[in-house]
Design a protein around this ligand. Structure first.
Ligand code: SAM
Length: 547
């Protein structure tokens, strides 16, 4: 039943109650027809839990960063991530469906077109549920950046002000992603879209809003060529500079032999240098002065390092053009491209650069073709970073299996582009997950079953993803930092499991099936001098991850 039909059945009194409650609730802000999501109703009694699909992992090197790709509706993925990454994600970058009216997304199994009177409401219902869950994942120094176009810009802005707080609004960036414009448009030819940026808490974030941490190096002539800069008007800026040809040495002292005397002579007459002698010598000391020889001419040049200017909110540059740097790039990686509207890799990369540090965790839960993952890998390569990405996408039109996954795999391992040129892999490991919807029951046997299903979740949380040893009653996982995770389903096997640990582990995470929350002090007493943490599974938090 749609909302209109629902209201037609209500009495006048019931309608008045609804109107009063709306008036009481809100003074300023968004009001929309919230429509429940069918999948959520259907799986009300289920617990969403991540499950690693080992066959699809892409492993290049133990020591590299472990990234994740989750194939699932993002509502379940965001719920399942709550016990692993609550308050831990430093950047969420998303590019949700724009709700253009051109059936570009589905709600409750219906494509939403422009004739749907409730299309903004449905979109807001979908987004608000996900953004609230997403906010809980953001770390105290975290940011969220959301791409959008004019169709939902205004509603999204108010929704984000409500969820993240107007005070935490960092800015709205305009990106020229389609410089040729839409020539068929009746009115403006649109060339741009927007990205809204919010901080989790504006008081805690720094942000490095320069695109390059390393200053840009340029060179300039050391002659001040302006008409008013003459030896007469500025005598202290006028002096000879000597260049010893054989030694390639520059000085203000006249050398004994084999030198060139250089004066600030231009075709318009004698001028001055840009700096007085002392400042010149300082620059010389820093190796910022050199001589450029062009035929008979010797020119004094100066290298300058400039911090690039602060990023503006207007990103107009050919690198943001989504056609060459999104569409065509994807074609080169996959050999074909059945995906509409990937972002320019540079647009996403620039957000990742300014809003993360080198070991941040980045989440994109509308991952599409995986541009965010690709950007994180490129940025890591450029600055030796260890950023980790988590991508979530559904498999609508087989996008996950045919686009997202092969793109990330190719970029990690290397691929041949359309011109048959091999593009080196960027490295990293990918762990592939889906979400298991486990029907919840109130029984010990269910808790035991749940503990077994939680293995992927525990390994992801601890970042110990390599299976080290396996027995019926316990599992041992490890990583290259000598961290070990022991997962025990039967407390009788504690001693046996410990015997399988290497002597030189650094950290031990100990997970044991226990309904009483015991600490196993006695059993673990001989391990106590090491860094060890004991957890009982299933964690109580698991029964409350849906909001
Ligand atoms: C606009 S695209 C993102 C494009 C991406 N930024 C890129 O550069 O390729 C949005 C993607 O979100 C996915 N999506 C839409 N609704 C979803 C949902 N409820 N759960 C998971 N993925 C969803 C769609 O399959 C679509 O590929």
């Amino acid at each position: 039943m749609n909302n209109q039909e629902k209201y037609e059945e209500l009495t006048k009194e019931e309608l008045l109650n609804i109107i009063n409650s709306i008036q009481d609730d809100k003074k300023l802000g968004l009001i929309w027809e919230d429509e429940d999501e069918e999948i959520e109703i259907e799986y009300k009694k289920h617990i969403p839990i991540l499950r690693n699909n080992e066959n699809l992992n892409v492993l290049t090197d133990d020591k590299e960063v472990n990234h994740s790709l989750i194939e699932s509706d993002n509502l379940f993925a965001l719920q399942s991530l709550q016990t692993i990454y609550r308050n831990k994600i430093d950047l969420i970058y998303i590019d949700p469906p724009y709700n253009t009216g051109a059936s570009d997304w589905m709600y409750n199994n219906d494509y939403i077109d422009k004739n749907n009177d409730f299309r903004h409401s449905k979109w807001l219902s979908m987004m608000s549920r996900r953004l609230k869950l997403a906010k809980q994942l953001l770390s105290e120094i975290g940011f969220i950046a959301i791409a959008i176009d004019h169709n939902e810009l205004f509603y999204l802005g108010v929704l984000c002000d409500e969820i993240f707080g107007e005070r935490n609004r960092i800015g709205t960036v305009t990106i020229q992603h389609h410089p040729r414009g839409r020539t068929q448009s009746k009115f403006f030819s649109t060339t741009n879209e927007f990205t809204l940026v919010y901080a989790k808490n504006i008081d805690n974030v720094e942000g490095n809003f320069y695109l390059n941490n390393t200053p840009e190096e340029t060179t300039e002539d050391f002659i001040r060529a302006r008409e008013d800069a003459t030896p007469k008007t500025r005598p202290n800026l006028y002096y000879p500079i000597y260049f010893e040809l054989e030694k390639n040495k520059i000085s203000l002292e006249k050398p004994a032999k084999n030198f060139i005397e250089i004066l600030p002579l231009t075709k318009n007459g004698m001028r001055t240098w840009k700096l007085v002698k002392d400042a010149f010598l300082e620059e010389l000391e820093k190796e910022n002065i050199y001589i450029e020889i062009k035929g008979e001419e010797y020119r004094v040049k100066r290298k300058i390092k400039r911090q690039k200017s602060k990023l503006t909110t207007n990103w107009i540059d050919s690198i943001y053009d989504a056609n060459p740097h999104g569409n065509i790039l994807l074609k080169n990686i996959l050999g074909n491209n059945d995906f509409a509207f990937p972002k320019s890799i540079y647009a996403v990369k620039d957000f990742v650069q300014i809003l993360t540090n080198k070991d941040s965790i980045v989440l994109d839960f509308f991952a599409g073709s995986g541009t965010t993952g690709h950007s994180v890998m490129e940025l890591n390569k450029n600055d030796n970073g260890k950023r980790k990405f988590i991508l979530v996408t559904n498999n609508e039109n087989e996008i996950c299996r045919k686009i997202t996954y092969p793109r990330i795999k190719n970029v990690m391992k290397g691929y041949k582009n359309k011109k048959n040129k091999f593009i080196e892999g960027l490295g990293g490991n990918l762990y592939f997950y889906d979400v298991d919807l486990v029907k919840s029951e109130n029984s010990d046997s269910f808790n035991f079953k749940l503990s077994k299903i939680l293995v992927s979740n525990i390994c992801m949380k601890e970042d110990t993803l390599k299976l080290f040893h396996k027995e019926k009653d316990f599992l041992i996982y490890s990583n290259s930092d000598k961290k070990f995770t022991l997962i025990i389903f039967n407390e009788e096997s504690i001693q046996l499991s410990i015997q399988h640990l290497p002597n030189d582990y650094d950290t031990l995470m100990f997970y044991i099936y226990s309904l009483e929350g015991e600490t196993f002090e006695v059993e673990l007493s001989n391990l106590k001098e090491k860094n060890i943490e004991v957890n009982s599974i299933p964690f109580p938090a698991y029964f409350n991850i849906k909001n």
